[in-house]
Ligand binder design. Structure first.
Ligand SMILES: C[S@@+](CC[C@H](N)C(=O)[O-])C[C@H]1O[C@@H](n2cnc3c(N)ncnc32)[C@H](O)[C@@H]1O
Length: 457
C-alpha cells in the first residue's frame, strides 16, 4: 500500500530525529510526525509527501509512549503553545538533546571521538515561563475581538493562548492587560493581505526584578496622539511596566520590529544583572532569553579557556557585550564585535556604568572585522564566538585559522551549523576537545552547545 496526502493511517513511532519530529514507517516508507515520542501508536493524517518520506499530523493518540507527559489529552502543536517538545517529559527531553548533538556531530561534523557531555538541564522552576522576550502578532478573532498569539504551523492564522507556558508570568500579564485595554479602544489591527491597519505586534521584555519593557509595533510612519495617550494609560496602569516604546514598521515583511523604535515613557533601557554586571537592553538588542540558564552557559564558555588572565580576547557576535564584559574582569583586553548598532550602544553604556575600561567595541561584521583587527597587528590570544543560527562564514574561518589563534570557544544555538563549522576548523588544524550542550530552551527541540577548540598544527 502506498500512501497519499489526505490518507489516515496508524503508525508506531520509533525514534526522535534531529529537528524534533518522531519517525515511524508505513510499509517501510518513512513518515515524520511532529509532537510524537518513541512508543506512541498514533492515527495520523498525511499532510505532505516527497519521494523518500512523508509527513503526517496526529489525529488520535491510540497508545502513549512511556516518555510522554502524563496528560495525554494534549496532542497538537497548539495544545503545547507551539512547544514542539512539550509532550516529552523533561528528563527525556534532556536525554534526546544530548543524543541529537552526538548524532549531528557525527553526521555533519564527521567527528566520532569528541567528548559530548550530558546536557546541563534547567532547574524545575526554569523549565516553563522562562522567556524574557515575547513577541506576538495581533489578529482579530471571528467575533472581531483583538487577540495576540502565535501562528499555526506553516500558516499565517493566529491562535491565542492566555497563559503561554514559555513566556514569563509578567509578559503574559502585560500582554493580557494590554489586549483588554485595546479591545476598549478604537485602534485597528494590521491586515497582512491588505497591508492596512495599525497594530502589528506586541513585544514585552522582562527581567529578574519583575520589570517590563513594552514595545507596540505599528504599521505607521509616526506615532499618532491616540496611540500615545493609549500607551500613557498602559504605563500608568501597570506598575511593572518601566519602559514604553513604539516601533514603526510599515514595510511588507516578516520581521517584527521596524527600523525606528521611538521611546515614549519611562526608562530607555531594561536592565538585567549577570555576574554582578548590570546590562542595558534596548528593544532591538539581542539578549539571551533564559537568564538562569544563560548564567550557566556563560560560566561554562568562560571556563573552557585555559587561562584568560592578561590575555587579549575577542568576543565575536557579542550582542550587548555580555560575555566580553564578564571576561574583562580577568583579561587584559577584550574586543567586542557586533553588527547591530543599538546593541553596541547598549554595551558601551553598560561598560561606562560598570566602570569597565579594558573593552573595545567594534560595530560591524565579524567575518570582516575580526580579520581586520588581526591584520592591523592587534594581539589576539583567543576568540569566543556566539553567532546566530546560520553560523560563521566558512571563508572567514579558513582565513582566521591561518593566524593560528591558540584557543577558540564556540557557543552555538544551532548544532548543525556548529558541526559544519567544526569540520572546517578541524581541517584547518584545530582539535575539538569537548562539547557541552546546555538546555537554554526547555519544551522546544532547540539545543545550545559550547565547544572548545585548540590549535594543534
Ligand atoms: C546569538 S547572539 C549572541 C550575543 C551575545 N553573545 C549574548 O550572549 O548575548 C548573536 C549576535 O550576533 C549578532 N550578529 C549577527 N550577524 C553578525 C555578523 N555578521 N557580525 C557581527 N555580529 C553579528 C546578532 O546581532 C546578535 O547580537
Amino acid at each position: 500500500m502506498s500512501i497519499s496526502v489526505g490518507d489516515k493511517v496508524v503508525i508506531d513511532i520509533e525514534k526522535i530525529v534531529y529537528g524534533g519530529e518522531g519517525l515511524g514507517f508505513v510499509n517501510d516508507f518513512a513518515v515524520f510526525v511532529p509532537m510524537t515520542v518513541p512508543g506512541d501508536k498514533v492515527e495520523i493524517e498525511i499532510i505532505s509527501k516527497k519521494k523518500t518520506y512523508a509527513r503526517g499530523i496526529i489525529t488520535k493518540l491510540l497508545e502513549a509512549g512511556a516518555e510522554r507527559i502524563e496528560d495525554t489529552s494534549k496532542i497538537s502543536f497548539e495544545d503545547f503553545h507551539g512547544c514542539d517538545f512539550g509532550m516529552l517529559n523533561y528528563e527525556s527531553q534532556l536525554k534526546y538533546k544530548t543524543e541529537l548533538v552526538k548524532d549531528v556531530m557525527e553526521k555533519i561534523g564527521g567527528v566520532k571521538d569528541v567528548l559530548v557531555s550530558d546536557i546541563v538541564g534547567a532547574e524545575e522552576e526554569d523549565t516553563h515561563n522562562y522567556r524574557n522576550k515575547v513577541i506576538e502578532p495581533f489578529a482579530l478573532d471571528k467575533n472581531k475581538k483583538i487577540i495576540t498569539g502565535m501562528f499555526k504551523r506553516k500558516s499565517h492564522e493566529v491562535f491565542e493562548v492566555k497563559e503561554n507556558m514559555l513566556s514569563s508570568h509578567l509578559a503574559n500579564k502585560v500582554i493580557n492587560i494590554v489586549k483588554t485595554m485595546l479591545n476598549k479602544s478604537k485602534i485597528s489591527v494590521y491586515k497582512e493581505k491588505e497591508h492596512r491597519g495599525l497594530l502589528r505586534h506586541i513585544m514585552v521584555r522582562t527581567n529578574s526584578k519583575n520589570e517590563a519593557m513594552l514595545v507596540l509595533v505599528l504599521n505607521a510612519k509616526k506615532v499618532f496622539r491616540d496611540i500615545e495617550e493609549f500607551l500613557k494609560n498602559v504605563y500608568d496602569s501597570i506598575d511593572e511596566v518601566k519602559s514604553v516604546y513604539v516601533s514603526l514598521n510599515n514595510e511588507i515583511t516578516n520581521v517584527a520590529l521596524g527600523k525606528e523604535n521611538i521611546h515614549l515613557f519611562g526608562d530607555k533601557y531594561l536592565k538585567e544583572t549577570i555576574n554582578g554586571i548590570n546590562f542595558n537592553i534596548s528593544p532591538n538588542s539581542f539578549f539571551q532569553i533564559n537568564v538562569n540558564q544563560t548564567k550557566k552557559l556563560y560560566d561554562i564558555g568562560i571556563s573552557f579557556f585555559d587561562d584568560i588572565n592578561d590575555k587579549y580576547i575577542v568576543d565575536a557576535f557579542s550582542g550587548t557585550g555580555t560575555i566580553g564584559m564578564i571576561l574583562s574582569k580577568n583579561a587584559k583586553k577584550v574586543y567586542s564585535i557586533e553588527i547591530i548598532k543599538e546593541a553596541v550602544k547598549d554595551g558601551i553604556r553598560t561598560a561606562r556604568e560598570n566602570g569597565i575600561e579594558n573593552i573595545e567595541f567594534i560595530t560591524g561584521d565579524v567575518n570582516k572585522e575580526l580579520l581586520n583587527l588581526i591584520e592591523k597587528g592587534k594581539r589576539v590570544d583567543a576568540v569566543i564566538f556566539d553567532p546566530p543560527r546560520k553560523g560563521i562564514e566558512g571563508d572567514s574561518l579558513i582565513k582566521l585559522a591561518k593566524h593560528k589563534i591558540n584557543e577558540i570557544v564556540y557557543i552555538s544555538c544551532n548544532p548543525s551549523t556548529f558541526a559544519r563549522d567544526s569540520k572546517i576548523l578541524i581541517e584547518e588544524g584545530y582539535k575539538l576537545e569537548k562539547i557541552q550542550p546546555v538546555d537554554m530552551f526547555p519544551q522546544t527541540n532547540h539545543i545550545e552547545v559550547v565547544g572548545k577548540f585548540y590549535l594543534i598544527k
